[in-house]
Design a protein around this ligand. Structure first.
Ligand code: ZN
Length: 96
């Protein structure tokens, strides 16, 4: 099998890593934390073009399931919840 290089730390990605696929190719990340950091960095990048924002992304998770996201922001939200260990978006604050 071809060696897969992590886009975050450039290490070899383990079998239970994450794979993001778009029209341009595949991106590999070692774990949920690196997926989160990569996705949030890209989603919040100043001057990100509309084309990149609405690019369809397919995420292959370690269990083998494939999740489809219509925007990088959607993927970043999912990855943040995953990395933070919250299964769904929760309200963690009190109103003033
Ligand atoms: Zn890595």
């Amino acid at each position: 099998m071809k060696r897969r290089i992590c886009s975050y730390d450039l290490a070899a990605v383990p079998e239970d890593g994450y794979v993001v696929t778009d029209d341009g190719g595949e991106i590999y990340l070692c774990n949920a934390r690196y997926l989160c950091i990569w996705a949030v960095s890209l989603a919040t990048k100043p001057g990100l073009t509309e084309e990149l924002k609405v690019r369809r992304l397919v995420l292959k998770v370690p269990a083998g399931e494939e999740l489809v996201f219509e925007t990088i922001t959607g993927l970043a939200r999912w990855a943040s919840s995953k990395a933070l260990g919250t299964g769904r978006v929760r309200r963690d604050y009190e109103s003033a």
